[in-house]
Design a protein around this ligand. Structure first.
Ligand SMILES: Cc1cc2nc3c(=O)[nH]c(=O)nc-3n(C[C@H](O)[C@H](O)[C@H](O)COP(=O)(O)O)c2cc1C
Length: 392
């Protein structure tokens, strides 16, 4: 097993594939997250992207094979770089690079650095489908897995020549997420976390429905952050236009009744429930099976939907339940009321400005009425809440 290190220094390595331009997006995401990034570009890589592009997007340093025989602070550059980094991410990785690493060849700055490193390595292959499926490449990928390197399997999709096939680099956001997973200490290992997100729909007729403005961003942020800390996450997703995260069990739901059924099923297996979904509180008493024609006026009788949290609390035992209280006014009073009524351990009070936004301002109240405030992006809110609950 390779030694796992934690930190925020990433060596981003770029090899000579057409997807090399996507590594610029990964650099941007890393820099935005406050991670220090140095870049190594192979000779092949330099044919597709330039060192200047990485420097202008915030890379601390960019090295090419012209730097292979240089000394940094008295150390050979490959040793200095392997010592400096907490993680090496090769994006994209060519068939040629994968074959050379598999054989232990070290005739370039990147290959020498890898051979000299005991840090976690992420490799994201990208190539033409025949190159990927060639037995040599498949064998070499298996060898890299055997070294303990994390391989980010390429997707199916349109390749460089616009032919469809397997070999397309995984989305930069997904690769970025895997880098964060590797860098984050596994403080929630063994914890089963159930998160709900998004807005439910209550149908008037087959095409019209009642819903709310919940984007699903808060629940998705909780699911991602809990996974980064090593939790085993299940995400129950009502309607959201956000991209759903990788590396967890995902269950899609439509109406509040479905959300209730799936939550009731899953809550029995979890240690922590984060109820970030926004179920509709009302539904039409009756759903029409045919589309209503346009009428001069229409009265719809609404009835209450099932109270998902209250019903889930029947299975609470010593599980930790976190609910949300979104209010236009009296946030603290309403949060306290919800905490007591729903038998919650924590409630996050927030205002309507948080709906759909990437940023949020929240108050976290525990069952003793202690309050702490936090403002930041939704992933930082999730980190803040989890660190408060689990005291890390
Ligand atoms: C236009 C063009 C596109 C290429 N795209 C890829 C690719 O997507 N994946 C790959 O494995 N090789 C690709 N190659 C081949 C590599 O560039 C070649 O194997 C090179 O030696 C790789 O060098 P490196 O691994 O040191 O970066 C491409 C070559 C050309 C000319």
């Amino acid at each position: 097993m390779r030694r796992k290190e934690i930190g925020n220094k990433v060596l981003l390595a770029v090899t000579g594939g057409v997807a090399a331009y996507k590594s610029l997006e990964i650099l941007r995401l890393l820099v935005k997250k406050g991670i220090n990034v140095k870049v190594v570009i192979t000779r092949g890589g330099e044919r597709f992207v330039t060192p200047f592009s990485f420097l202008s997007l915030g890379a601390e340093e960019v090295y090419t094979d012209n730097d292979q025989f240089s000394i940094i602070n008295g150390s050979s550059i490959h040793l200095a770089l392997s010592r400096w980094s907490d993680l090496i991410a090769v994006v994209p990785a060519t068939a040629d690079f994968i074959a050379k690493v598999a054989s232990g060849i070290s005739d370039s700055l990147l290959l020498t650095t890898l051979l000299a490193s005991k840090k976690p390595v992420i490799v994201a292959p990208s190539m033409n489908e025949n190159m990927l499926l060639h037995p040599a490449t498949q064998r070499n990928i298996e060898i890299l897995k055997g070294f303990g390197y994390k391989i980010i399997e390429p997707d199916e999709g349109f390749l460089a020549d616009l032919a469809k096939g397997k070999g397309r680099l995984k989305d930069p956001e997904d690769i970025f997420e895997e880098i964060l997973v590797e860098l984050t200490p596994k403080k929630l290992k063994g914890l089963k976390v159930l998160v709900t997100c998004g807005a439910t729909r209550e149908y008037i007729d087959p095409v019209r429905f009642i819903t709310n403005g919940s984007s699903g961003k808060m629940g998705i942020a909780f699911a991602k952050v809990a996974r980064r800390f090593g939790a085993d996450v299940t995400l129950i997703a009502a309607h959201t236009t956000e991209k759903l995260p990788m590396g967890m069990k995902i269950l899609r739901v439509d109406k509040t009744e479905e959300l209730f059924e799936v939550v009731t099923d899953e809550v029995k297996k979890c240690d922590l429930l984060i109820m970030a979904a926004a179920p509709s509180d009302y539904r039409p008493e009756e759903m029409l099976h045919n589309k209503l024609p346009k009428l001069p006026e229409l009265t719809i009788k609404l009835v209450s939907t099932v109270d998902v949290l209250k019903e889930a609390s029947k299975y609470k035992d010593n599980k930790i339940f976190v609910g949300f209280a979104l209010q236009t006014n009296n946030i603290i009073e309403n949060a306290k009321k919800k905490l007591e009524e729903k038998n919650l351990d924590y409630v996050l009070g927030n205002s309507i400005e948080n709906i759909g936004s990437d940023l949020g301002k929240v108050i976290l109240m525990d069952r003793f009425g202690n309050i702490s405030e936090f403002e930041g992006d939704k992933e930082s809110i999730a980190e803040f809440v989890l660190s408060k609950i689990f005291k890390f």
